[in-house]
Design a binder for this molecule. Structure first.
Ligand SMILES: Nc1ncnc2c1ncn2[C@@H]1O[C@H](COP(=O)(O)OP(=O)(O)O)[C@@H](O)[C@H]1O
Ligand SMILES: Cc1ncc(COP(=O)(O)OP(=O)(O)O)c(N)n1
Length: 262
């Protein structure tokens, strides 16, 4: 059986995040990767040097081409950049009845470059959250989506409940931006919380951690795993990918998509 996953996201020319990270991760899990590119970024380990959204028609055509011939078992969305792209992607997901959808609400690259226009946040809340089987915000993204400050674990849980109320089935709040030596990733299914606690790895090579983690969840969902199983494997995948970084580039280097073997 060949499982297929589609990523609808931006291209990172440097290969550490975006479409490139997603496809490498799918491949490492022996899931056939497909892509619909929303925007091209000129990017490397030093930062983002340019952002070029694609015409709506080009994005729509890519999604249609995949849908009619290579229906995906799971779909991931990443950088959607503006309201028009968000509305298109939401419409297409509904048109094709895709359910196993992982929405990574990408907003800002680690170096500070905006990957989502500020005025598009409302569209993301309105159109994408109700379609999210799994939503994977980091803490700052969860703050923006819920309009609340998140400092404590209790506040993270409160935010996860709010996101669930906004239509998300499984909220996975990533803990990479948490304070202290221990990181906690949370999963909320509307009833219960599950926690993954790990030691923070002190490295500057964490470019693309969010994309890679969400892509690993998507690959597992494509294989029919439950949300809990998918997060559990994705957590082990990202841990190894950060522990064994490649040390390339002179800035914030990428994670190692080869490090984990299922
Ligand atoms: N320094 C680190 N050490 C260990 N795990 C990390 C580190 N940074 C991020 N992670 C893990 O990587 C995943 C992505 O987290 P996060 O950094 O919060 O996302 P994003 O890249 O979207 O900001 C999470 O599972 C998080 O726990
Ligand atoms: C094209 C593109 N998409 C998404 C991101 C953000 O990726 P993320 O995994 O959050 O990693 P950082 O960039 O924050 O290190 C991106 N940079 N480019």
């Amino acid at each position: 059986m060949v499982y297929k996953a589609l990523t609808i996201a931006g291209s990172d020319s440097g290969g550490g995040a975006g479409i490139q990270a997603d496809l490498k991760t799918f491949h490492q899990f022996r899931v056939f990767g497909m892509s619909a590119i929303t925007a091209v970024t000129a990017q490397n380990t030093l930062g983002v040097q340019g952002v070029y959204p694609l015409p709506i028609e080009a994005i729509e055509k890519q999604i249609d081409s995949i849908a009619v011939d290579l229906p995906p078992d799971a779909v991931k969305t990443g950088m959607l950049f503006n309201e028009e792209i968000i509305e298109l992607v939401a419409r297409k997901i509904k048109q094709y009845g895709w359910v196993r959808v992982v929405v990574d609400p990408v907003m800002i690259a680690k170096g500070g470059a905006p990957l989502l226009k500020q005025e598009a946040v409302k569209a993301l809340q309105r159109h994408m959250l109700p379609l999210a089987y799994v939503l994977t915000p980091n803490i700052p993204e969860a703050e923006v989506l819920t309009n609340m400050r998140i400092e404590t674990l209790e506040q993270r849980k409160e935010a996860a409940k709010k996101l669930h109320d906004m239509g998300v089935q499984y909220v996975v709040m990533k803990g990479g931006h948490g304070k202290g030596d221990e990181l906690v990733d949370l999963l909320y299914d509307g009833e219960q919380f599950y926690e993954w606690t790990s030691q923070k790895i002190y490295t500057k090579h964490t470019h693309g951690t969010g994309c890679t983690f969400a892509a690993a969840i998507t690959a597992q969902l494509a294989k029919g795993k439950t949300a809990y199983e998918a997060v559990d494997i994705a957590k082990r995948f990202i841990q190894k990918a950060i522990e064994q970084t490649l040390q390339i580039g002179s800035g914030h280097g990428p994670t190692n998509h080869w490090a984990f073997h299922e």
